[in-house]
Every structure is written in C-alpha cells, then in structure tokens.
Write a protein that binds this ligand. Structure first.
Ligand code: ADP
Ligand code: ADP
Length: 225
C-alpha cells in the first residue's frame, strides 16, 4: 500500500451533503493536514479514508485498491483519536499489545514490538502501569504506541492533541512529526488549529462546507503577499 487516492468523493448523511466531489492524492511518506472550521467535514473525510465510513459516491483507493474492497484486517492503517481510547483495566504493555494479540502474534513477538515502540516513545518506565497513573501526554503516547506496534503504512490522526495543555501540545507536535519521519509512514492529520497545520504539514488541505477550498504547502497557502 502506498498512495492514497481520492476521486470525486461524495458523502451524504440523509439529505445533508457532508463531502462534495473531493479529489486529491496523497503521496507515500507525505504528512497531510486536513484543516477547516468545525463541521466542514474533516472527521468524515478521515474516517472515509480509513474505511470506517461508507461514501455515497466517487472512490477512495489505498495502494491502488478500493478501500471498501479491502478486508478490515488487511487495511494497513491505524487511527489515533483525541480521547486515547485506552483500556483502563489493562496495563500500558497490555494496551499496546492488544491488537497484536488479536491478530495472533506470539508473546515473544508482542513483547519485542511493544518494547521497541515504548523505547521510541519514552514509555519504557511505565509499561506495567495502568492508564489512570499516567499524565495526559503519556496517555497520548500510549495511544500512539498502540497504533505503531502493528507497523501500519498509514496513520490517521483525529485531533489527537486537543485534550492536552498548550505547552504539551507543542512538544507532541514535534514528537508526532519525528515519529512519522522515523517510521517512513504516510500520515493524514485532522485539526482545527491553523498553527498546528502550519508547523506539521508537508501539505495542507483546507476544507470548507465539505469542499476543498485550498490545497498546498504551508507557505503557499498562508504566506501570500
Ligand atoms: P468536522 O470534523 O470538520 O468538525 P464532521 O466531519 O464531523 O466535521 O461533520 C461534518 C458535518 O456532517 C457536520 O455538519 C456534522 O453535523 C455532520 N455529521 C457528521 N457525522 C454525522 C452523522 N453520523 N450523521 C449525520 N450528520 C453527521
Ligand atoms: P460501482 O463500482 O458500479 O459504482 P459498487 O457496488 O462497487 O458500484 O459501489 C457501491 C457504492 O460504493 C457506490 O456508490 C460507490 O460510489 C461507493 N464506493 C466507491 N468507492 C468507495 C470507497 N472507497 N468506500 C466506500 N464506498 C465506495
């Protein structure tokens, strides 16, 4: 799986037209940020890319294959949400290993993958703790770790930092960007924060009322004379 291709993507919720003829491609290794005001369709588009939302018209392809034709277990993508969605009754290690257990990795493999991700995320000292004993930033790192251990080709982030305080948000921006580069992943990142978009994106897609209003590198969009 390499590029992500969107061709004339349309989405209706009943009679409400949430996405309107959206077409653009995302290259392998790119960090694309979807930005725009609340309700413009960012989450809908992201969920559609991940195959979690059925579109009404047009096509979405991951690595040349229509996303709706790829079985969920073969979709080589991971979502990271703002609310972490960690299991409270599981330790950090168990949280991070959960998806690997489901797909049948053995204990030795699971531990090796979790240890490696924990080291990259500076979570090694916390592996045997429960989520409630972690700070917000640490929980967000565990959520990242859970996504990373499966070595997905693409990460889909839905406002992952919006629950964190301002200083931590700034640190986590550069951490996420560094991880993206180190993993050689393709990332699509939703935010309503223009500064976040500016500092993180290779390319920004500005959505308004379900349409692509602008698309380009940060300086092309915001540094016009
Ligand atoms: P954003 O992420 O940019 O805030 P969303 O993609 O969440 O926007 O929502 C886009 C529009 O679609 C909004 O007007 C929202 O109310 C509507 N919408 C989102 N999900 C649903 C749903 N499941 N059913 C009906 N309308 C929805
Ligand atoms: P066709 O390919 O002839 O349009 P299908 O039965 O294959 O018919 O598609 C059913 C519906 O799924 C169509 O409305 C199509 O727009 C939609 N669709 C196409 N690509 C995707 C996708 N990637 N995700 C979800 N729905 C899609």
């Amino acid at each position: 799986m390499a590029t992500i291709e969107l061709d004339q993507v349309d989405k209706y919720y009943g009679s409400y037209h949430a996405l309107r003829k959206i077409s653009f491609d995302i290259a392998d290794g790119e960090f694309v940020v979807l930005v725009g005001p609340s309700g413009c369709g960012k989450s809908t588009l992201l969920r559609s890319l991940a195959g979690l939302e059925e579109i009404t018209g047009g096509t979405i392809k991951l690595g040349g294959q229509r996303v709706d034709n790829i079985a969920a277990k073969d979709r080589d993508v991971a979502m990271v949400f703002q609310n972490y969605a960690l299991y409270p009754h599981m330790t950090v290690r168990e949280n991070m290993a959960f998806a690997l257990k489901l797909r049948g990795d053995n204990l030795v493999d699971r531990n090796a993958k979790v240890d490696k991700a924990a080291e990259m995320l500076r979570l090694t000292p916390y592996l045997e703790r429960y989520p409630k004993a972690l700070s917000g930033g640490q929980r967000q790192r565990v959520a990242m770790g859970r996504a990373m251990v499966r070595s997905p080709k693409a990460f889909f982030f839905d406002e992952p930092l919006s629950n964190l305080d301002a200083a931590l948000r700034v640190d986590m921006r550069s951490e996420i960007k560094a991880l993206h580069q180190r993993l050689g992943a393709t990332s699509v990142y939703v935010t309503h924060d223009q500064i976040e978009a500016m500092t993180m994106a290779d390319r920004i897609v500005v959505l308004r009322d379900g349409k692509v209003e602008q698309i380009g590198a940060p300086l092309e969009l915001y540094d016009r004379p």
